[in-house]
Design a protein around this ligand. Sequence first.
Ligand code: ADE
Ligand code: ZN
Length: 323
Amino acid sequence: MYLPKAELHVHLEGTTKPSLLRKLAKRNQLILPEKIFGPDDTYQWKNFQDFLHVYDVSTQAIKTPEDYYDITYDYLRSCAEENVIYVELTSSPNHAELNGLCYQDHLLGISKAIEQAKNDFSIEARILIVCVRHFGIEKANRLAELVACHPHPLVVGLNLAGDETRFSAKDFSQAFTIAMEAGLQCTAHAGEVKGAESIWETIKHLPVSRVGHGITAIDDPTLIAEIIQRNITLEICPTSNVALGVSQNFQNHPATFLHAQGVNITLNSDDPPYFDTTIGKEYTIAEKYFGFDHATLLNVTENAIKASFADKALKRALLNLIL
Ligand code: ADE
Ligand code: ZN
């Protein structure tokens, strides 16, 4: 049965399949270490920290506006094939900068591909800019200022990702305040590899209406009540959580309980080729393991659109497509 989908949590650089990454590396005359690749168009890593390291290494091959165009268009095409109508792409100008690409050129490649994909597949996409915890506080503050000084119609939000174990949310409150005052909406990864206290800290110190992952909330009933009361949406990434070992399996994934408690959740692929997943597979997992029927899955899409950072007119248009 036709099921329209929406995705709010996917890292643009992390959508690059190894086959495309090898092409970009060749085009940019870069030799990538072979050990980052697994068999059959996959990546390989040992644990969460090593995953972040492999991610940083592989991203070195994405160097030009054309590269960003290619990865964005490739991802949106595959989303459209799975009946995705809206995607928020989290992109990392700080990774691009390390590879010699300035903020504007980075955005140029992405936004051209978003426009082309809209023309070709009627899919809508918007951009979230990400601060990477392990790149440090100063970089995050400077990035937030850059984003605030150069408003772009497709850039609608700020995200926080990277190594949750080494930098806490509070460290990034200045960057998030700058973004919020510039009119951006905010989300942050928390409660992925750290406990419920990291989610408390995030919702106390950052102006977020969503949390990326947030699955360790399951250990704290007071926090669950707070999340519901504040109408905070959890961007759930089931396959990522199992692949990174933060959830043992799909059967016991916290999403089932959190959803049953009344927490607003969305379904997401995070870094699809790293975890051998797609957004379509995430919906199928929710059907198979969380017991979500067609109406519930449609409701997940509806709630994702409502919790998205799209403007009111786009939200209305997307909701009209599905309701
Ligand atoms: N960057 C890309 N994927 C990530 C994840 N799952 N957690 C934190 N940072 C990330
Ligand atoms: Zn993520």
